[in-house]
Design a protein around this ligand. Structure first.
Ligand code: BDR
Ligand code: CA
Length: 356
């Protein structure tokens, strides 16, 4: 299958598997990918525990596919826990309901999914799809790397079938869950370690770059003005970051769209800049767990194992997102009234009364 690239050239479509924990920003990443069928051949969506328990992440992934009128999409349930257990308690997960809300979709209430969850385990799907594929496939994880690491451990031959892993995780600078660790890698440092020592080409979209793509009320107004069920759902989701009691990182004033950067990079790599560097994942059972030590200046003289992105054209990113969301206007299938009726968020009404 082929697509036309930014320079007008015919290029093959990107065969892609997305691995996620929706999650507000994961949801936007899914919508961006499904709005880009010219460039992306989305083979399946695998889910893992993360921002919210696995039952929520797999259901949310299906909800988002249905919202996008893609109930034909294959959604799989993956690992219900990560390798790593909390250091200082008996719990095994770090859900981020404080950031993403109880359901994981903030103030957006979507009906329970009707499309079926695929019977296969996510890890089995990843392995089978890769082994059977005549061409290499790109993986786009936007959560803890548990499913991907399990697949690599269970079936090392898949390595040769992976074109690259474009992931959201890690950070050169300060963490967002501990002083040094980013959430996805903190949730499963061992899994990140397996992936970063695999030799597979990695594009690392860490907090240094993703923190730059923050939502603003202006942009949410632009999205709202598209007046589709998808745009309304996005406003309902992302208004959650703008509510008065939202927990935002210091220096952050809106919702940080971490995960859509993974898809934006695949669609328009020219929006980004980075460096081929050596990255090591800290798997020590200490306060450093999940930290990414990024050898930005090549001090260690070690072979680079990742292309770490640190710059993004922020305007270009939001323009791309807004433009792609228009796909849902022209999409042949129009909103069903039942779904439309569900888009009533208290946050939206409070914060954006003029948008209704
Ligand atoms: C990452 O953590 C999750 O909460 C987000 O979905 C994103 O993938 C950012 O640290
Ligand atoms: Ca995520």
């Amino acid at each position: 299958m082929e697509a036309i690239n930014q320079r007008g050239k015919t290029v093959p479509k990107i065969p892609l598997i997305m691995d996620c924990d929706p999650g507000l920003d994961d949801a936007i990443a899914l919508l961006l990918a499904m709005a880009s069928p010219q460039e992306i051949d989305l083979l399946g969506v695998t889910t893992v525990i993360g921002n919210t328990p696995l039952e929520n992440t797999q259901q949310n992934a299906r909800r988002i596919c249905e919202l996008a009128k893609r109930s034909d999409m294959k959604v799989f349930k993956g690992c219900p826990r990560t390798f790593f257990a909390k250091l200082f308690s008996s719990e095994t997960t770090y859900s981020a309901t404080d950031i993403h809300g109880e359901t994981g979709l903030g103030g957006c209430i979507l009906p329970p999914p009707t499309m079926l969850l695929q019977p296969q385990h996510a890890v089995s799907f990843i392995i089978k799809t890769l082994l059977e594929s005549p061409t290499k496939i790109t993986l786009a994880p936007s959560a803890a790397l548990t499913n991907i690491a399990c697949a690599l451990v269970m079936e090392p031959r898949i390595k040769d079938k992976i074109d690259k892993v474009v992931l959201m995780g890690g950070v050169i600078g300060l963490g967002n869950i501990t002083p040094t660790a980013e959430y996805n890698f903190y949730c499963d440092p061992q899994a990140a370690y397996v992936v970063f020592t695999s030799g597979i080409p990695i594009v690392m979209m860490g907090l240094d770059v993703t923190r730059k793509t923050q939502t603003s009320e202006d942009w949410l107004n632009q999205v709202k003005s598209l007046r589709t069920p998808v745009s309304q759902a996005i406003v309902d989701m992302l208004s959650y970051y703008h509510r008065p009691d939202a927990i935002l990182e210091p220096g952050v004033s809106g919702g940080v769209l971490h995960d859509p950067n993974v898809i934006a990079y695949l669609l328009k790599p020219d929006l980004y800049n980075g460096r081929e560097v050596y990255v090591e994942i800290d798997i020590s059972p200490t306060i450093m767990a999940g930290r990414t030590t990024v050898d930005w200046h090549g001090k260690l003289k070690l072979k680079p194992n990742a292309y770490v992105i640190n710059e993004v054209d922020v305007k270009g990113f939001f323009d791309l997102l807004t433009e792609r969301l228009k796909y849902y206007n022209s999409s042949p299938s129009s909103p069903s009234p039942e779904i439309k009726d569900c888009f009533q968020s208290p946050f939206q009404q409070t914060l954006f009364p003029d948008l209704n």
